[in-house]
Each structure stands twice: as C-alpha cells, then as structure tokens.
Design a protein around this ligand. Structure first.
Ligand code: NAD
Ligand code: UD1
Length: 340
C-alpha cells in the first residue's frame, strides 16, 4: 500500500512515516518545508534504512498534486500539512484559512479526481474549546476561539460533507491531545522555530540553557496544584494510532472521529518534575500570569480509540520526558546542524 503523507517532514508526520515504513507501507512525503527541513527526511532514511520520496510542494498547488497522483498509485492520504501556531493564527487569519482550509480543499479535489477516497486527518483537542468537564468524549460540544482551531473545525465539517456526498469516502478524524516526546533513537523530534509556545519544548530549551527560566502561566487554576492540566501523549503512540487507523480504514462505513490521548491529566508542575528527573537536575521556573485563551484542564476519554482501533497509549510521562530530553540534548539546535 502506498500512502501520501502531506506534512510528512514535520514533527508528527516524520514519526508516523517511520512507524508506517517499519510496518511495511510505502510512503511518499509531500511537504513544502515551510516548517521542516531536508534534514528530517535524511534522519527518517537513517532510522528506516530506506530511501524516501519527498515531493517538495504546496498542497495549494493543484498541478503538483495532480502530478503526484498521476505518477504514483496512492491508496490513502494522511493529511498532516497545516500551520499550527495559535497566536500567529490570530494575527494572520487569512494565511491560516488559505493554507489549512483552501489547501485541504485542493487536496480533496485532486484525490476525488483520481478516485483516491481514503483520508486520515490531523484534528486536535482544540475543537472541544473549554470543555464543561473531563475526561472528554468525542460527542462533547465543539467550539473554537481562534482561527487555527476554527480551521480544524471547518475541515472536519468539510470532510463530513464529502462523505455525505459520496459514501465511498473513508474518513478518519484523529483528535490529538498534547503530543510530546521523540523517537527513542533521539534522531528525530520536535524542532520549533524561535521561542517555543508549547510547554515541553520550552522546558527542554531551558534545561539545555537556551532559555533562562520557564514561565508557568498561572498557578491559580482549579486543578490539583493550581497549574494547567493536559493530556500529554508520546508522539510514537500517536504514530501507532495512525497506523492502526490506516490498517482499518477500508472497513469503516461512516466518518470516524477518534480521540488520541492517554486519558491521564498532568499539571505543568508534574511535567516539570518528570523532566527534571530525566535531566538529573532542577530547571529554573517562575510563576507568570495566565496565558489568554488557556483552559484549566483538558484530557481525553480514549476508550473509543481502544474499541474501534484496538489502540491505547503505552508510554508514560517519564518516557515522554526522557525521549524529549534525548532528542534535545543530542540536537541542541534541532535539525540546523550548522548552528550546532
Ligand atoms: P509541523 O509544523 O511539524 O508539521 C506540519 C508540516 O506541514 C510541516 O512539515 C510543514 O512544512 C508542512 N506544511 C504546512 N503547510 C503546508 C502546505 N501548504 N503544503 C505542504 N506542506 C505544508 O506540525 P506537527 O506538530 O507535526 O502537526 C501536524 C498536524 O497535526 C498539523 O495539522 C497540526 O495542526 C496537527 N496537530 C498538531 C498538534 C501538536 O501539538 N503538534 C496537536 C493537534 C493537532
Ligand atoms: C496548545 C494550543 C492548542 C493546541 C495544543 C497542542 C494555545 C493557546 N493552544 O495548547 O491549540 O491544540 O497546544 O499543540 O497555544 N505552559 C506554561 N508555560 C509555557 C508554555 C505552556 O505554563 O511556556 C502551560 C500552559 O498554560 C498549559 C500547558 O503548559 O497549561 C500546556 O501548554 P501548551 O504546550 O502550549 O499546550 P496547550 O495550551 O494545551
């Protein structure tokens, strides 16, 4: 089976490529490298000992997409490509809607033209907005507070409309909680641009001395220690979830919407402590005001994933932090070797 992986050079995509290749799938990566590099492809090749086909192009480029489907027999698409920075999406809504939504429309149009009707889409727990309670099941009400989140909600709706128009479509919407961690080899991982927005990349850069101190955004939330609680999930478990979804996709007779989380909530201080254990030293932090738009708690009920995909997360928070730290300490400047 040949799988087109849009955004396959990025953080979650690169790990998923490794997992799929090791399971015997052929992968073709389609990425414009707007948030990734050739180096991540080389690293995937190192781990898998296989040559990777990279099509360096944009999902908004209809001609380039047609050419891919004319050149290769594509059985299914995993669609990771998209912009993902919440703050930036508030500043540049049109850029986000153009890239994420218009890009997805172009991809779907080309898939339809070539009778490729199987797609796994990267959605996010952000579509639950500020949930009334936790754990969150897939039937919770949906909302979004920023253009990034709305792009995910709209794309989910567009995909449901595709299915209503033609029930031959096989569609899986995977709602990820908070992916962290890295491949256990420490050769691929998350490589944020500039100052990281997300917690674990910031902790990792503080641990290595690139940042002075972690700002903890609020310690007065209604949680066990006052800091925000999230469902952190190892990126390798997430990758396995994509493999399990692909293995079963042809059997689905409706749009499948599935949470990928561990079902456990950890606070900012819990994660910091686990990371300190991996590093073997304390990491400086200070309490800062709440970050606008943040919620107190968010964690999944992952039981539907177990029922439908036979999937459950197997790696705990210590392993997530150990693997994040291995990646960070082996690659202090991410994939940018020249800066190292
Ligand atoms: P990432 O930025 O590392 O990967 C996205 C990849 O898509 C990058 O390699 C980028 O170059 C590529 N890309 C972006 N726009 C493109 C376009 N127009 N054409 C071709 N390629 C394009 O991000 P990630 O963390 O790996 O996330 C992958 C997907 O999962 C995204 O859709 C993201 O919104 C979603 N998601 C991520 C998280 C998270 O915390 N990382 C959580 C929930 C959902
Ligand atoms: C963020 C995104 C969300 C996306 C999710 C997964 C925002 C507002 N939301 O969510 O849309 O789906 O990532 O990629 O960006 N924290 C600190 N200090 C920091 C960074 C984070 O205390 O320097 C805290 C946050 O307040 C939060 C927790 O750590 O309580 C996790 O933050 P983060 O990693 O940014 O993820 P989310 O806020 O869950």
């Amino acid at each position: 089976m040949s799988i087109l992986i849009t955004g396959g050079a990025g953080y979650i995509g690169s790990h998923t490529c490794v997992t799929l290749i090791e399971a015997g799938y052929e992968v073709i990566i389609y990425d414009n490298l707007s948030n990734a590099s050739h180096e991540s492809i080389k690293r995937i090749e190192m781990i898998t000992e296989q040559d990777i086909t990279l099509i360096e192009a944009d999902i908004q480029d209809k001609q380039a997409l047609h050419k891919v489907f004319e050149t290769y027999t594509i059985d299914a698409v995993i669609h990771f490509a998209g912009l993902k920075a919440v703050g930036e999406s508030v500043q540049k809504p049109l850029t986000y809607y153009q890239n994420n939504i218009a890009g997805t429309l172009t991809l779907l149009e080309v898939m339809q033209a070539h009778h490729c009707k199987q797609i796994v889409f990267s959605s996010s727990a952000t579509v639950y907005g500020d949930p009334a309670s936790c754990p969150i099941t897939e039937d919770f009400p949906l909302s979004a507070t920023n253009p990034y989140g709305r792009s995910k909600l709209f794309i989910e709706e567009i995909l449901r409309d595709m299915y209503r128009s033609d029930t031959e479509w096989k569609i899986v919407l995977l709602r990820y909680f908070n992916p962290i961690g890295a491949h256990p080899s420490g050769t691929i991982g998350e490589d944020p641009n500039g100052i990281p927005n997300n917690l674990v990349p910031f902790i990792a850069q503080t641990a290595i001395g690139k940042r002075d101190s972690l700002a903890i955004f609020g310690d007065d939330y209604d949680t066990h220690d006052g800091t925000g609680v999230r469902d952190y999930i190892h990126v390798m478990d997430l990758a396995q979830g994509h493999l399990d979804a692909l293995d079963r996709i042809s059997t689905f007779s409706e749009v499948m919407t599935i949470n990928l989380g561990t079902g456990k909530g950890y606070s900012v201080l819990d994660v910091l402590k686990a990371f300190e254990k991996s590093v073997g030293k304390t990491i400086p932090y200070h309490i800062a005001p709440r970050r606008p738009g943040d919620i107190a708690s968010c964690y999944a009920d992952p039981s539907y994933a177990k029922k439908i995909l036979g999937w459950q997360a197997t790696r705990d928070i210590n392993q997530m932090c150990q693997d994040s730290w291995r990646w960070q300490s082996n690659n202090p400047n991410g994939y940018n070797k020249e800066a190292q």
